[in-house]
Design a protein around this ligand. Structure first.
Ligand SMILES: [Zn+2]
Length: 111
């Protein structure tokens, strides 16, 4: 049986501690049965470890370079109506002046 990657930092070095799973890299602990009960299995956490959901609004917590864009995405930029997706960049969204793009949840904070 293989353990899931850490939902917060995506580390592969997660280990079991009783009922909890523990990430040695960011010290995040969680109960794997929590997400199973909610059904969809897609757990996306923001930079504070708050769980995000489709339709949430977030702010960007650091300046981000955007491939192909003439300017950086500035810290504090608000992003409305996000959509969670599988993968490394796990937030689908539209940002004024940038258009449709994907973000990593670790670079945002829920409003
Ligand atoms: Zn981690």
């Amino acid at each position: 049986m293989s353990l899931p990657n850490c939902p917060k930092c995506n580390s592969e070095y997660v280990y079991e501690d009783g009922l909890m799973l523990v990430c040695p890299e960011c010290a995040y602990e969680w109960n794997p049965s929590d997400s199973v009960e909610e059904g969809d299995g897609l757990v996306v956490l923001d930079s504070n470890g708050t769980r995000l959901a489709d339709g949430d609004s977030v702010t960007i917590v650091k300046n981000l370079k955007v491939k192909g864009a003439p300017k950086d995405l500035k810290q504090g930029t608000r992003v409305k109506n996000i959509r969670l997706v599988e993968g490394d960049h796990n937030i689908d969204c539209k940002i004024d002046g940038f258009g449709a793009m994907k973000l990593k949840s670790e670079f945002v904070k829920k409003l």
